[in-house]
Write a protein that binds this ligand. Structure first.
Ligand code: PMP
Length: 292
């Protein structure tokens, strides 16, 4: 049996300062955010009822809005509180959260300087991002590249930047893969369609410099967990012709957590010591209440 669609579920969604019944958390079709992608969002997880890195996610939401030219009319503290209340209302121990801010429907057209800025927060149960992730996920190469930093505000978690991600992920799925590895505008390895990427060679972690894609909070967490373990981490330009030189590879993201990679376009990887160690350390961190 397939799950109920997102618009037709029980529960409550926090919207502009109050909880509304899940099915009533709607927007009008003439909403700026829908037509012109003037929307920014966060994907987060709560573990043991506590939102992981809540403060950092709320701060990034504020930053994303700033980069898109608007201010969210709720402080970081208010957003943190609203997220905690939203999770508490679900009664779930572990939950996925979405916070989204968007320009409303007061004016239509490319310019909409004074449209209301809305904010909504929803939480629900969402298991592993990738089915059978422990088998090692299979990636192909994306047909689209991450844009240069002067082409789009690449550090914003902005809805518009996901257009090429959906196109790439759909193309991958059509070819029987689970996700796509995106190169950047220079042809360097960048990230997957909704997660950052790491590689292992001779016990050393390699990851692309986040200079034209999201410097994920999970990416930052994994880098610090690795360094704490004495694992060397090198952030550098990685070129596609190096892919075969790595032995392990994995994705990181709030939804993906740490997802071992089994294959990138016929090159095979096997999760081993480094991936397993970091997965164990990440679980230990997230499954502790009020994780720092
Ligand atoms: N890149 C993209 C395109 C993403 O959507 C995400 C998920 N937010 C990430 C990277 C990882 O970011 P984070 O670890 O902060 O969730």
């Amino acid at each position: 049996m397939s799950e109920a669609p997102y618009h037709d579920r029980d529960g409550w969604i926090w919207k502009n300062g109050e909880f509304v019944p899940w099915r009533d958390a709607n927007v009008h079709v003439l909403t700026h955010g829908l037509h012109y992608a003037s929307a920014v969002f966060e994907g987060e997880r709560a573990y043991e009822g506590v939102v992981f890195k809540s403060r950092e996610h709320s701060q990034r939401l504020h930053l994303s809005a700033k980069l898109m030219g608007f201010d969210i009319p709720y402080s970081v503290e208010e957003i943190d509180r609203a997220k905690a209340e939203t999770v508490a209302r679900t009664g779930l121990n572990s939950a996925y959260l979405r916070a989204i801010a968007w320009r409303g429907s007061e004016k239509m057209g490319v310019a909409a300087q004074n449209n209301r800025i809305n904010l909504a927060i929803a939480a629900w149960h969402w298991g592993d991002y990738f089915k059978d992730k422990m088998k090692g996920i299979r990636l192909t190469i994306a047909p689209w590249r991450r844009p240069a930093p002067d082409t789009a505000p690449c550090q914003a978690k902005a809805a518009g930047l996901y257009m090429i991600c959906t196109l790439s992920k759909h193309a991958a799925e059509a070819d029987g893969y689970q996700d796509a590895l995106m190169m950047d505008w220079r042809g360097q390895v960048a990230e997957a369609t909704g997660a950052n990427i790491f590689f292992v060679r001779d016990g050393v972690l390699h990851t692309p410099i986040a200079d034209c894609f999201l410097n994920g909070l999970t990416r930052q967490t994994v880098i610090s967990l690795a360094r704490r373990r004495g694992i060397e981490v090198i952030e550098r330009a990685i070129w596609p012709n190096e892919l075969a030189s790595f032995s392990e590879a994995f994705l990181t993201g709030s939804a993906a957590e740490i997802s071992p990679i089994g294959e990138i376009a016929s090159i095979k990887y096997k999760p081993a010591k480094v991936t397993e160690q970091l997965m164990a350390d990440f679980s230990a961190l997230t499954l502790r209440k009020n994780a720092a």
